[in-house]
Design a binder for this molecule. Structure first.
Ligand SMILES: [Zn+2]
Ligand SMILES: [Zn+2]
Length: 344
């Protein structure tokens, strides 16, 4: 095996260089994965522009990836070279209270690939053997790279008690919203999804959304109240994370209903009206990443109940990681998910 590899290294503010770096050596319990597909994420953009509190350069970005096992560290013998896998990009201490009580995603010294340790925009990447998941044969490497962004909304939706026939509103039809939509539909809900971008609504419609709404053209609250006879939505999922959409949620969720906050922006978001939370007995739910959610996300993709393919709008080579991030920064038309693909 070669001793160096190409990697896209964030060197400085808004500066990524393609460099030859040493191929990392898997330590005890770790596995070296040859990356086959790795998707760009909003957090990569935030790291690039210096707006991500956990990302400090120099670092290889990237945390949404699939590939094949290249080499196993000591004690990682549950995998063999050649195994097709998707990477759950976490590194945990196994010792803290959260780890010992099974909530590893809340580990007090949680490390994320591409954040505190080198990530997946390279030919090879390191993962913990316990955080690899076998890729089903009928799921492509590109689709499998989206297991990570599919796992967070799965984890989040499982926190709401969605029942057959419930009316669910999802604000935001980006990657997170589009996965949340498919999960809510799988749970037998009737779903309205809103987004100002028509091409995202089109995909939501293709995925089976019962109602799509452009808030630039229609009033979301009025529409929800009209559909529900003035009662409000059984559950509201906020997948944007900005003050305006956060504040709106309390105005059309039904009394007692849950509001799930899965959108996140590092910019300050104003708190919403807490008196309404009290007086309407609302439940506000947060989410951080995922925990034991990768197997279900992969299974739903394999069964065809959840589609990742239509969410992938662009494919670029490793050399173009920076260009992809710039495309996201410029908000180029038509982008939902950019995936880095690898020649072999
Ligand atoms: Zn991500
Ligand atoms: Zn821990």
């Amino acid at each position: 095996m070669e001793s160096t590899m190409k990697a896209a290294v964030l060197k400085d503010l808004e500066t990524i260089a393609i460099e030859d770096v040493p191929v990392p050596e898997p330590k005890d319990g770790e596995v070296l994965v040859e990356v086959r597909a790795s998707a760009l994420c909003g957090s990569d953009l935030a790291g690039y522009t210096g707006q991500h509190s956990m990302i400090k350069w120099p670092i290889i970005l990237g945390h949404e990836a699939s590939g094949v096992v290249a080499k196993c560290g000591r004690g990682a013998d549950n995998w063999s070279p050649g195994d097709p896998v998707t990477i759950e990009p976490l590194f945990t201490c196994k010792k803290c209270h959260a780890c010992r009580t099974g909530k590893y995603h809340l580990c007090s010294s949680l490390k994320f690939a591409g954040h505190q340790v080198h990530g997946t925009f390279a030919k090879y990447a390191i993962a913990e053997s316990g955080f690899l998941h076998r890729k089903p044969e009928n799921v492509s490497f590109e689709e499998a790279a989206l297991t990570e962004p599919a796992a967070s909304p799965l984890h989040a939706i499982e926190r709401c008690d969605i029942r057959l026939g419930d009316f669910v509103v999802i604000i935001g039809s980006g990657v997170t919203g589009l996965f949340a939509l498919q999960y809510a539909l799988s749970k037998g809900a009737e779903v309205l999804i809103s987004d100002p971008e028509e091409f995202k609504l089109k995909i939501a419609g293709d995925f089976g959304a019962n109602y799509i709404l452009n808030p630039g053209k229609q009033d979301l609250r009025k529409r929800v109240m009209a559909i529900t006879g003035g009662i409000g939505a059984d559950c509201v999922v906020e997948a944007v994370g900005i003050s305006e959409t956060l504040a709106s949620t309390v105005s059309f969720v039904k009394g007692g209903g849950p509001i799930l906050l899965i959108g996140y922006s590092e910019k300050e978001s104003e708190p919403f009206d807490l008196s309404t939370v009290t007086l309407a007995e609302l439940t506000v739910l947060g989410m951080l990443a995922y925990f034991n959610d990768f197997p279900a996300a992969l299974k739903l993709m394999s069964l065809g109940r959840v589609k990742a393919g239509p969410i992938i709008t662009h494919r670029l080579p490793l050399e173009s990681v920076e260009e992809g991030i710039k495309m996201m920064k410029r908000k180029d038309q038509g982008i939902i998910k950019i995936v880095i693909t690898y020649d072999r």
